[in-house]
Ligand binder design. Structure first.
Ligand SMILES: C[S@@+](CC[C@H](N)C(=O)[O-])C[C@H]1O[C@@H](n2cnc3c(N)ncnc32)[C@H](O)[C@@H]1O
Length: 281
């Protein structure tokens, strides 16, 4: 099987450049890209190392251009990459899109850290839009606690009418989100699985229900998993057979869970409406 579809979420097995070329231009609302890093990770036997940096970058520029083509005019792209290569992506992308934020996804140490230099505890993400005057950003859906000021119940006297400090705010560009670890409920066997919490924020902020979210290097299909939970549609592409099959299983399980929790809610509504009815009678 090279294609699997569930509730408007399409999982495709194959090379992302080849598949991207088959997706209609101007058709996608949001793209999350987390490509191979060119640092020698082992993706199920496939070695993540190009002959030279130039060859790696040439390959990246090809799929970045294709992604831009597939985005709708009010679309957004979140582009991740190894810290070594993000500066190149940044320079390339800012000639074609508006980079509105350079996000640092920061996490705790996972086991052994470097002893002779400063170990890496973050991954950079570029947030770019095609049109800086017309793009989706659901600030209200991603608010976080504003600790300073509000916690001390300060009053902001700079405002025309003195007002208590806000207790919530839009997150800044440094996001602390723990990495996915063995035995966490969302864990899949993959060397660079991204946490659902990371995709949750991105998809909530930069798409609406029913929108199409594309992930050209899906790995464990985190993007598709979160998209289905948030009532978005998605297209996920992955080259590796095992990762693709795991993605099919993951999405099928999530769908089952969603169905179960929906029928539980319906049952509760049913019970409540019966109680209400008997009270009215
Ligand atoms: C950094 S991982 C993505 C991890 C993913 N974001 C997740 O949360 O699991 C990159 C993935 O790209 C896949 N990949 C490598 N080359 C590819 C290609 N040419 N086309 C499609 N997928 C590819 C690898 O197998 C790997 O799973």
């Amino acid at each position: 099987m090279n294609k699997f579809e569930i509730d408007g979420n399409i999982l495709l097995k194959g090379d992302s450049i080849k598949i991207l070329k088959t997706i209609p231009d101007n058709s996608v609302n949001l793209i999350f890209v987390d490509p191979p890093y060119n640092i020698g990770k082992n993706f199920n036997g496939y070695k993540d190392k190009w002959e030279s940096e130039e060859k790696y970058l040439k390959w990246c520029y090809e799929w970045i251009d294709l992604c831009i083509k597939k985005l709708k005019d009010n679309g957004s792209m979140y582009l991740m990459g190894a810290t070594q290569f993000i500066p190149f992506f940044d320079i390339f992308l800012r000639k074609k899109m508006h980079i509105l934020a350079r996000i640092v996804w920061h996490y705790d140490s996972s086991g052994v850290q470097a002893k002779n230099y400063y170990g890496s505890l973050y991954e950079p993400i570029l947030f770019a839009v095609k049109d800086k005057d017309n793009y989706v950003f659901n600030a209200q859906d991603i608010l976080v606690e504003a600790k300073t000021g509000a916690k001390r119940k300060l009053i902001d006297y700079r405002k025309p009418i003195p007002t208590v400090y806000n207790s919530v705010k839009v997150p800044g560009n440094v996001w602390y989100i723990p990495r996915v670890r063995f035995r966490m409920y969302e864990y899949e066997e993959h060397p660079s699985q991204k946490p659902e919490a990371l995709l949750n924020r991105i998809i909530l902020a930069s798409s609406n229900q029913g929108d199409i979210v594309l992930d050209p290097f899906s790995g464990t299909f985190t993007t598709s998993a979160v998209a289905i939970k948030l009532n978005r549609k998605s297209i996920g592409i992955e080259l590796d057979d095992d990762y693709f099959n795991n993605g099919v299983r993951r999405l099928t399980e999530i769908k089952k869970e969603l169905k179960k929790s929906k029928s539980q809610v319906n049952l509760e509504v049913f019970h409540n409406s019966k109680t209400e009815k008997s009270l009215i009678l």
